[in-house]
Design a protein around this ligand. Structure first.
Ligand code: PLP
Length: 389
């Protein structure tokens, strides 16, 4: 979606002409008579500030309706509540760690079966589905090795067995990819990442493709109550105003950084869908809109936790922290941080090596980010040489 459309998807206030969206910090709304109101009755069910955010994200994703939740995981949780005991999910194997924890430790216990498959090979999905499959769960690109799955092909498998295709679109953002146009039924975002964009809030979003799904998610949202508060809705809307600008700059920075890392003697593998050498580059170019996001992961020739530890504590601009997608560059060590809840063997099978480092490139000047990384490699090497001497 164009920057112009994104900015103008956000309405000014029809009551006062305020150019920015008012924060309706209220729990309830006065009724003229029982059941007679102005479209709002209680803030868990609906809130005017939240409604703006929900309408905007629906428009950005080309969906029917949007829903805002307290966190990305609350959004994921609301979609899982579409299922009943005995239903099955086919999920991407290097799924976000928090989603893995929710699936395995909450929903499996309630009688929902989950199969993890390498969805980058469409045949694997075809082989795994059955009449019991109710959801196919993709992330594309995935965290942290940026695997890309063919959304269009997998959508047609989902249709053939009557399952919903859900795409966690957090890493691509609505600027990089619109899964509903590729056949997905539901789209999820951790609004905490690119959409919020300033590392100052946690939020989750769901976008539905049909009126039937909208009705179901609306019911679950109100019944479970994990909604996003009005102030955080306002901040998320404010983040969306610069989403296009930020995502494009972050993608440009990440592309240059990936190219730098590819040539660096201390680096083993580099994972970035914008590199031709990336395993799924051809699918990425087909379904992403020329922007591959701010996340770049790489492993070291010295494939150890200690080598990764030395590197992630040697940078200046790249701050060591969980999360991604904000204006400030961050880095993390997935094995000990974001992916610590996944057993080592399973983690290694998904390509998350002991030395894997994940960068989230911000919007700083790329020369400074490149110099920061070059200095960090140099510092780690000097310290190692001193130890050996
Ligand atoms: C962060 C993240 C989530 C969870 O979102 P929260 O806002 O932290 O609850 C889900 N999926 C992906 C891909 C993420 O990166």
């Amino acid at each position: 979606m164009s920057a112009t459309k994104i900015i103008h998807a956000i309405p000014s206030d029809p009551l006062t002409g305020a150019i920015s969206v008012p924060v309706y910090q209220t729990s309830t709304f006065i009724q003229e008579a029982p059941g007679v109101n102005k479209g709002f009755d209680y803030a868990r069910s609906n809130n005017p500030t939240r409604k703006v955010l929900e309408d905007v994200i629906a428009e950005l994703e080309g969906g029917h309706s949007g829903f805002a939740f307290a966190t990305g995981l609350a959004a994921i949780d609301s979609v899982l509540k579409l299922l009943s005991s005995g239903d099955e999910i086919i999920a991407v194997d290097d799924i976000y760690g928090g989603a893995y924890r929710l699936f395995t430790h909450v929903y499996e216990k309630l009688g929902i079966k989950i199969q993890y498959v390498d969805t980058t090979e469409v045949e694997n999905v075809g082989k795994a589905v059955s009449g019991k499959t109710k959801l196919i769960w993709l992330e594309s690109p995935t965290n942290p090795t940026l695997k890309v799955s063919d959304i269009r092909e997998i959508a047609s498998i989902a249709k053939s067995v009557g399952a919903y295709l859900v795409v966690d679109n957090t890493f691509a953002s609505p600027v990089g990819q619109n899964p509903i146009a590729l056949g997905a039924d539901l789209v999820i975002h951790s609004g905490t990442k690119y959409i919020g964009g300033h590392s100052d809030l946690v939020a989750g979003l769901v976008v539905t493709s049909t009126p039937e799904l909208s009705e179901k998610i609306k019911f679950i949202q109100n019944a479970s109550g994990g909604v996003l508060g009005p102030w955080d809705c306002f901040l998320t809307i404010r983040g969306i105003e610069t989403l296009s600008l930020r995502y494009k700059k972050q993608s440009d920075n990440a592309q240059k950084i990936a190219e730098f890392l590819r040539e660096h003697p201390e680096v083993d593998k580099v994972y970035y869908p914008g590199l031709e050498s990336h395993k799924n580059h051809h699918i990425a170019t087909k379904q992403q809109k020329g922007y591959y996001g701010g996340v770049v992961s790489f492993s070291l020739k010295d494939d150890t936790t200690s080598a990764a530890n030395n590197f992630v504590t040697a940078t200046n601009y790249f701050k060591l922290a969980e999360s991604l997608g904000g204006v400030k560059s961050l880095l993390c060590h997935p094995a000990q941080m974001t992916h610590a809840s996944i057993p080592r063997e399973k983690r290694l099978r998904a390509g998350v090596q002991d030395s894997l480092v994940r960068l989230s490139c911000g919007i700083e000047d790329v020369e400074d980010l490149l110099a920061d990384l070059a200095n960090a490699f140099e510092r780690v090497k000097t310290e190692k040489d001193l130890k050996l001497a």
